[in-house]
Design a protein around this ligand. Structure first.
Ligand code: 3PG
Ligand code: MG
Length: 399
């Protein structure tokens, strides 16, 4: 089944028509100031929004931000995002104070051709994330009333069976936006016949979050490099003590099985940066992975590990990376993530960075985004795509 895309919709003509765009504008905000700390996801939808504006559509954008619990919660307001989106588009974005209420209705009704409105956070409404089909459907009816056509450009949310992702496309003519199209094109190269060696680097804190993707990737990849908080559960499974490092005791046996299933394929750190506390100024040292002191916790992979991972990456032809190698937000524990990221950019390979955190790390560490083949806007979404799962947002576009 092929998916219609934005060009098909533009070819029909959208001038004067209301186009409802589901975007993923779930950007990180500074806890103190509320400022947007990484606007990558806003920039990623500009090609779709720009094309619709150019074509004279009345563009109604909707998104979630964070995980509010089905009711308005000011700390999750999209208002700052409307401001930033307006700056990037070079034209003001009309902001609705609610999602489907009076403010949204009048904001949409007053839109002129070529103008853009942003509705307030979808998740201020219980219907958006409800498990109940009727409750989601009722909310989808209200949203769908704002558009004559629907564009899904929220790749980061396509794995969610939510009203705006899964139920609205059943109610309106629907197409994939430019971002969703590009993401699917890129990720399908990895699930198809990737050029080899195909090396995957996984980090992040929990094995349990990544277990499904590890299971799915293990048979297809040539090497799986593991860092981040999750490496300690693997090190424990190898028989090492990990001090007070992050450990998922109940996953140790699973990790042991994974390593036995594919001997030599999974590479673990040989050294780690172990600290006295989870703090930017904590006392710390590089220690062998089998010599973590009992009172210390590992917060990064060590330099010997970075060198080993870099050597494997330098041979790769296809690379997928998800998850930081350490606590990169703290300068003392950022070298692992930086080193691996730099090795990926140097490799003569097609490289894909998957996920909110790794994409944010690339930008926070000041690395050149254009030296990666593709930086995905989807964390969970890109992992579930690689797992081969049916993604509700993509399936809805196929129908
Ligand atoms: C993300 O940040 O991964 C996406 O925006 C989806 O958000 P969610 O995990 O809260 O559904
Ligand atoms: Mg997420």
């Amino acid at each position: 089944m092929t998916i219609r895309n934005l060009d098909d919709l533009l070819a029909e003509g959208v001038s004067g028509r209301r186009v409802l765009v589901r975007a993923d504008l779930n950007v990180p905000l500074d806890k103190q100031t509320g400022d947007i700390t990484d606007d990558g996801r806003i920039r990623a939808v500009l090609p779709t929004l720009g094309a619709l504006v150019q074509a004279g559509a009345k563009v109604v954008v909707c998104s979630h931000l964070g995980r509010p619990k089905g009711a308005p919660d000011p700390q999750f307001s999209l208002r700052p995002v409307a401001g930033r989106l307006g700056e990037l588009l070079g034209a003001p974005v009309h902001f609705a104070e609610d999602t489907v209420g009076d403010s949204a209705r009048s904001t949409v009704a007053e839109l002129a051709d070529g103008q853009v409105a942003l509705l307030e956070n979808l998740r201020f409404n219980k219907g958006e994330t409800s498990k109940d089909d009727a409750e989601r459907g009722a909310f989808a009816d209200q949203l769908a009333a704002f558009g004559d056509a629907y564009v899904d450009d929220a790749f980061g949310a396509v794995h969610r069976k939510h009203a705006s992702v899964h139920d609205v496309p059943a109610r309106l003519p629907h197409v994939a936006g430019r971002l969703v199209l590009r993401e699917v094109e890129v990720l399908s190269k990895l699930t198809g016949a990737p050029e080899r060696p195909y090396v995957v680097v996984l980090g992040g804190s929990k094995v349990s979050d990544k277990l499904a993707v590890i299971e799915a990737l293990l048979p297809t990849v040539d090497r799986l490099l593991i860092g981040g908080g999750m490496c300690f559960t693997f090190l424990k499974a190898q028989g090492h003590e990990v001090g007070t490092s992050l450990l998922e005791e109940e996953m140790v046996e699973t990790c042991r099985n994974l390593m036995q299933r594919a001997p030599g394929k999974i590479l673990l750190p040989v050294d780690v940066v172990a600290a006295d506390a989870f703090a930017p100024d904590a006392a710390h040292d590089t220690v062998p992975a089998d010599g973590i002191p009992s009172h210390r916790l590992g917060l990064d992979i060590g330099p010997e590990t970075v060198a080993g991972f870099a050597a494997v990456l330098s041979q790769a032809k296809t690379i997928f990376w998800n998850g930081p190698m350490g606590v990169f937000e703290m300068a003392a524990f950022a070298n692992g993530t930086r080193g691996v990221a730099e090795a990926i950019t140097k490799a003569d390979a097609f490289s894909v960075v998957g996920g909110g955190d790794s994409a944010a790390a690339v930008r926070a560490l000041g690395l050149d985004e254009s030296s990666f083949g593709h930086i995905s806007t989807g964390g969970g979404a890109s992992l579930e795509y690689l797992e081969g799962k049916t993604l509700p947002g993509i399936a809805a576009l196929e129908n």
